[in-house]
Design a protein around this ligand. Sequence first.
Ligand code: BEZ
Ligand code: FE
Length: 301
Amino acid sequence: MTTAQDPSATAPEQAEREEELLRRVLSSFDECRDERLKRLTQALVRHLHAFLREVRLTEDEWGKAIEFLTATGDITDDKRQEFVLLSDVLGASMQTIAMNNEAHGDATEATVFGPFFVDGSPEIERGGDLSFGASGEPCWVEGTVTDTTGQPLAGARIEVWEADAEGRYDVQYDDARTAARAHLYTDHNGHYRFWGITPTPYPIPDDGPVGSMLKAVGRSPMRASHLHFLVTHAGHRRLVTHIFVRGDRNLGSDSVFGVKDSLVKNFEQQKPGTPTPDGRDLGQQTWSKVRFDIVLAPAGT
Ligand code: BEZ
Ligand code: FE
């Protein structure tokens, strides 16, 4: 069926003008000696023109798009990356991650990196507490790191970071605190364990153009509750992932499309006074526990 917005519905002489322009733009890249760059730029032009012609973009809409991209650039600095956020909410980040972290045996799936990782986190002992005073319910996290044949990986480095109970990362406060982030290493059996905070949902930074776009289209800025992991071990593919909380109502509408079924875990809620795995005295506080067994693909897969 043709619609008013279908380029094939335009008069033949008009369609020919549009196609002639597209041919000229495409051929302007013909002499590019870098084959990959040529492929990328020509495909970009083809898809961009197909989009413009499909929606019959008006000049007013073109102006609005330029304003939107300008605002996206204006708010971007060394702390805030609105272009990455735009890529995230359009699913472009997750599509790129999916293509570049191909399924390999039962290797753990990857998901978005997000803007709140910080290099140089404190090291904690196995069983240590990464909250460093951040608000939130204590959460015991334990598991193993193995390769895809089931061999334990000793000395794997595990970076963990998360938002506090107010839904904010340490770097979103003005006081230079370091909290709710740390790294630790697996033992000789590939085991790890630590105390973190039970994850709670929070919005992506939504006070900029990306937030305005989500509002205009009626989409939620909320991320499903999660705990970030970055796991590295020599000879294995670097894994950037999260675990999500089963039962969280934001799982189906995560604003950056980061949720994978395999990453949704049971965070078992514990009553006040329930003995903790390491004998820590939490008084009358509730706490939770979760198990996350991590499988790394070989490097180069
Ligand atoms: C996050 O998980 O922290 C995040 C990921 C993508 C965009 C914004 C925030
Ligand atoms: Fe996050």
